[in-house]
Design a protein around this ligand. Structure first.
Ligand code: BEZ
Length: 399
């Protein structure tokens, strides 16, 4: 099925199709064969941006952090990016592509935004790649790690300020192979992100001499009771576990891992989403000792990160997370690109994104690579208790 018919079907399902949406479709040539929306923009001195983040479902807290990070950058820059006043239209990505894809389509065809920032879920990002490619509207993915969208399905219009799933998993492989004497059990949420993070970890871990003791893929968004899986881990003889969970699933998994008595016997490793932000507050003491790989920690001891953490706390009353930073940096990337672009259309901005160079971020300096993915450092982190609260202490950089 073509992208055009998917858009039209989704618009037909929308109860209130405004005259603007119908007009936008006709003007953009949707009645013919082209989805090109690259001329859409705010007028004159204004640029209209879409923010597509989950505000419902298991990943809602991640979406709120992204919204807060994006807003902080705007506030710090007088509500302007690249010299233009920014108008933001925020929509709910929800939990899956069934909600995220139509929400993105609405931003482009109905709200006629110049660019979209956001997307948490890898499956949603994969479902959106062709739509943005054909619409010629830049999508700045500020979380979803689906490997293909900055790999074999890269597009001039898709840029990522976060990470590729396989790379975050791979970063931890050699360190675990060195630390663990025996087999490692793999367990993850069963969808693109989990499979790719585990796949990246497995490849790097086995290349460094590690052995796999077993693996399990738990239904995404539906698993609350991990006891049967924890029994399988206990009976496997594994000497450590590697996992990917995020949001509400990460809270349940880590708490039950401790309650089941595994935390003291079988060290738990994972990608950093397992113990990030609000998730870590909810896990509390259950998470102490969990080691993860990630491209950010609030504990990074740099002037730029300290200033960012303080500004974020002052504005939002809580610590930032990797999700906040990824969206903050998407705003920074757009700031540079809009300033450099020859015009304010989607194609102008997409082209300018290729020339923005290095972003000095709270995570450390990073830049877009040739496939539009973030080239950045990964850190080894360990959850520690810090005067009554819990933090991801930085143990060092990963190769
Ligand atoms: C993903 O689906 O790509 C993802 C979701 C939450 C955290 C990290 C990755």
């Amino acid at each position: 099925m073509g992208v055009l018919s998917a858009v039209l079907r989704s618009l037909r399902r929308t109860t209130t199709i405004s005259g603007l949406a119908v007009g936008a479709l006709a003007l953009s040539g949707c009645a013919g064969s082209s989805l090109d929306q690259s001329g859409s923009q705010g007028s004159g001195d204004e640029v209209k941006l879409g923010l597509l983040v989950p505000l419902s479902g298991v990943y809602a807290p991640l979406g709120e952090d992204m919204r807060d990070g994006f807003q902080l950058y705007l506030d710090q820059h007088g509500g302007r990016l690249g010299g233009k006043t920014v108008r933001v239209v925020t929509v709910d990505e929800g939990e899956t592509p069934q909600t995220g894809v139509p929400a993105a389509q609405k931003l482009v065809t109905q709200d006629r935004v110049t660019a979209v920032v956001g997307v948490v879920n890898s499956a949603t990002a994969l479902g959106l790649r062709d739509f943005f490619h054909e619409s010629k509207v830049p999508l700045l993915v500020a979380n979803a790690g689906a490997d293909a969208i900055t790999g074999e399905r890269s597009s001039p219009y898709v840029w990522r300020t976060s990470f590729a799933n396989g790379k975050v998993g791979a970063a931890l492989g050699p360190a675990v192979a060195e630390e663990v004497d025996g087999g490692v059990y793999l367990i993850t949420a069963d969808y693109a992100a989990g499979r790719e993070m585990v796949g990246g970890f497995r490849k790097a871990f086995e290349a460094a001499g590690g052995k796999i003791a077993g693996e399990k893929y738990t239904p995404f968004g539906k698993t609350q009771d991990y006891q049967p899986y924890l029994s399988a881990i206990r009976n496997s003889g594994a000497k450590a576990v590697f996992s990917f969970y995020a949001g509400a699933e990460a809270v349940n998994f880590v708490k039950q891992y401790k309650q089941f008595g595994l935390a003291d016997r079988i060290p738990l490793y994972g990608t950093g989403f397992l113990t990030e932000g609000g998730v870590l507050n909810a896990q509390g003491a259950s998470a102490v000792g969990v080691k993860t790989s990630l491209h950010y920690s609030t504990e990074l001891d740099t002037p730029i990160n300290k200033a960012f953490v303080e500004a974020y706390r002052t504005k939002h009353g809580k610590a930032p997370t990797v999700y906040s930073v990824q969206a903050y940096d998407a705003a920074a990337a757009l700031d540079k690109a809009i300033a450099k672009a020859d015009g304010t259309g989607g194609e102008d901005i997409a082209e300018a994104l290729g020339g923005i160079g290095t972003i000095d971020s709270p995570r450390g300096p990073w830049s877009f690579d040739a496939d539009h993915d973030a080239r950045q450092k990964y850190y080894l982190r360990e959850v520690r208790s810090d005067g009554g609260s819990f933090v991801n202490a930085v143990l060092g950089e990963l190769d």
